[in-house]
Structure formats: structure tokens, C-alpha cells
Design a protein around this ligand. Sequence first.
Ligand SMILES: Nc1nc2c(c(=O)[nH]1)N[C@H]1C(S)=C(S)[C@@H](COP(=O)(O)O)O[C@H]1N2
Ligand SMILES: [Mo]
Length: 313
Amino acid sequence: MARLTYPIPPPSEITPKEVHAQRRRFLKQAGGLLLTTAAPLLSAAPAWQADMIRAPQGPFSTDEPLTDPAMAAGYNNFFEFGTGKEDPKRHAHRLRTHPWSVAIGGEVGRPGRYTLEDILAPHGLEERIYRLRCVEGWSMVIPWVGFPLGDLLKRFEPTSRAKYVLFETLHDPDQMPGQRSRILDWPYQEGLRIDEAMHPLTLLAVGMYGDVMPNQNGAPLRLVVPWKYGFKSIKSIVRIHLQEEQPVSSWTARQPAEYGFYANVNPEVRHPRWRQATERRIGESGRRRTELFNGYGELVADLYAGMDLHRHF
Ligand SMILES: Nc1nc2c(c(=O)[nH]1)N[C@H]1C(S)=C(S)[C@@H](COP(=O)(O)O)O[C@H]1N2
Ligand SMILES: [Mo]
């Protein structure tokens, strides 16, 4: 695959209209008549972005109506940019997503610091429409573009002691002013058990709705773990560390009684402050029932066979 060239033009400039299938689909679903006016400047786009906007539909997609892309990129949790839902959209332009690299280390045969281009080069991108449910009680349906995390981890040859994976977000208060507040111990950290990380549903995403990832959604590289509460889907990843011990994620460190390591969506496990039995789908009125494992139980329930899901919440 060709080396990439930068700087990355803003998504509006690189997204030719013929590749806006998802956006068109959304508009069609919404009964909208909007037309995109973006000029086709595909030749200016880095290779992986061109691959991204042509990404074929991958497995496990839901056919539920998509969330309005403006809502998906305008109502966010990204505490590095503030605690209000509109803060990330307002402030995330301060994040410089190029150059970007990810340190991959711990229990792997090939540790090192790899550029985003190195990371993406061998992977075919695909689009997967997944539900994501926030612990606070809202959910969205988003067409993510990415590739399975497990494919990446295999490349770096996990050792037999790699039982868990720790992920870390960039720590730079100049770019992420929310890190001046002590609401969380920065950098934001999350973790998965190795079998969860290797599960084919677990996605590393670089885009959504056929465009590069908006900064507020976790550019340039974020996790999407659709059967878990949204906070497990860590944004703007700079470190992936395989290890024997179970990581302590940022939310668990802050409130261990409220946020467990597993954080599987479970309508039967109560949260002291948020409703878990029902949820509000962004763009809908009223609430719908929340499903165990966010509706992905057929695919992931085996991972937790024999475990007490109330204790391991
Ligand atoms: N680094 C980082 N990642 C994060 C968060 C955060 O504050 N910082 N918030 C999490 C939470 S609580 C949710 S619900 C999802 C929201 O993703 P979205 O804004 O793309 O919908 O991102 C998760 N990833
Ligand atoms: Mo969340």
C-alpha cells in the first residue's frame, strides 16, 4: 500500500459525493432532501482515507435507522474537552491528529511505537453499523469505519502472559484543556480481557458515516466495543499495552462502586445514578428497553459463561 501524504484536508474537502452512501442512506431514512455539495478531491486524500470512504459493509451490522450524523458528532462524552455534551464539539479542534503514533508494548513479541499509517497499512477497512449505549441512558446507531482490534493485536504477537489489554488516551492539557480539571486521573485509561479484545465485534475505528473520525468522536483512532457501556470505547488512543494483570480503568478508579471493569450493558444491574433498564435513542422520543449485552448477546454471551454478572459488573 502506498505511503500516506499529509496534511489531511478537512473531511468536507475529501469526501466525494459518490462515496456518501451512508449519509445518503441516513437522509433517505430521515426523508431529507439535502444534497451534499462536497467537491470530489479524492486524489488529495491519503490512501487509507480513500479506502475508508469506499469501505465495504462488514459483518454484524444492525439495520436499525442511523442516528443523525450531526447528533452523533454534536452530543458527546469526551471529558478531555469538558464535561458538557457540547463541549467536545466546541473544543476538540484543538487536538492535532497528525502526526499520530501508538506505542504497543508489554506482553508482545514486537513492541514499538508505530505511526498511524504503519498501523493501518495492512488492514482492510470496513463499515459496521453498531449501537453504542452510554451508561447515562442514551444510545446511538453509528456506521463506524475501522477494522477488528484482534487483527492488529495478532500482528504484534501477544505472548501467553497477555491476559488483558490496557488502552490509553493522549495526555496533553494544551490540546485537551479538560485535563486541567481533576475530574479523572489522566490519561484516560480503559481495559479489556484478551478474549474480549480479540472478539470479532471489537473494532478499532478511524471514521464514521464514510468520513474521517471527527475529533470529538475520538480521532484519529478509537475503540468501539458495542456490547459494553460507552465509556469502554476509549478515544484518541496513543498506547496499547498487553499485560498479565487486570487494568484499572479511569472510571473504575474514580467510582469503583459505580463502574466495574466489565461494564457489559445489563438492564438488570442497577447504577446508583443512571437508569439501566431503558434508554433513549438519540433522535427518538420516549424510551426503549435496554437489552442484555446491548443486544449482542448471541455473539458475546459465551465470553462470560459461568460468571456472576452482578458481581462482575
Ligand atoms: N478518552 C476518552 N474516551 C472516551 C470518553 C472520554 O471522556 N474520554 N468518554 C466515553 C463515554 S462515557 C462514551 S458514552 C463514549 C461516547 O462516544 P461518542 O461521543 O463518540 O458517542 O466515549 C467514551 N470514550
Ligand atoms: Mo458514557
